[in-house]
Design a protein around this ligand. Structure first.
Ligand SMILES: [Ca+2]
Ligand SMILES: [Ca+2]
Length: 214
């Protein structure tokens, strides 16, 4: 199975000539098509194989990656968030029924489609999914506004909303949707539970992001 490092090693053979230097012809005698742009390494979810499958106009990328346990997982990547396991955004019955195994496309409103395993009472099937990432992926500190949903502006209302939700979601035995799961012990990536890591991380981003989202 090919891996990302092997693919990048192959691409390094195609670097453009230095400025002022005539580009070397290709092996069949034709001039190179164009200079290559920078390559962005997306990282992985812990395993040795990652594949990008779709990108939108904002440069947000989806695909699949194997984690450290060899499990194939759908991912989302953004320059601000890095690579994220989309399964971390499932909660409630979705989290118990679904394993998102590959994200195939993302549109300009953040809607993602792909395939996963869905467990029913009778069997496990491969099924198609569509999901839209919560707004906090794009403007993480914006949680609410006068109308009760994120308003593109970060102020004290968002901090209060976080603290109120945090008290509920971090309580022992809570099993409902997680809106406060921003971070885990390893850093700013959701880990499926709400803890002191999330409180510290949210406050750190709220402090620096007050004002309009950009
Ligand atoms: Ca807000
Ligand atoms: Ca967390």
């Amino acid at each position: 199975m090919p891996d990302v490092s092997a693919a990048l090693a192959a691409l390094t053979l195609l670097v453009p000539a230095a400025p002022g230097e005539s580009p070397a012809p290709t092996r069949d005698g034709h001039p190179p098509l164009a200079h290559f742009a920078d390559i962005q390494l997306l990282g992985s979810l812990g395993g040795s194989y990652t594949e990008a499958r779709g990108v939108n106009d904002a440069g947000q990328i989806v695909g699949f990656s194997f984690d450290a346990h060899g499990r194939r997982r759908a991912f989302f990547w953004d320059a601000g968030t890095g690579i994220i396991d989309l399964n971390n955004y499932l909660s409630g019955s979705d989290a118990s029924q679904w394993t998102l195994r590959s994200a195939e496309a993302i549109n300009n409103t953040g809607q993602i489609v792909g395939t996963g395993w869905r467990v029913t009472s009778a069997q496990t099937i491969t099924a198609a999914f569509s999901l839209t990432l919560p707004n906090r992926v794009f403007c993480p500190a914006d949680r609410t506004g006068p109308a009760g949903y994120p308003d593109g502006y970060v102020n004290i209302a968002d901090l209060n909303d976080f603290l109120e939700s945090y008290a509920i979601e971090s309580a022992p035995g809570y099993t409902g949707p997680l809106t406060c799961d921003y971070a885990g012990p390893a850093g700013p990536s959701p880990d499926g539970r709400v803890s002191i890591h999330d409180l510290n991380y949210y406050i750190s981003i709220w402090v620096v992001s007050q004002g309009p989202c950009n």
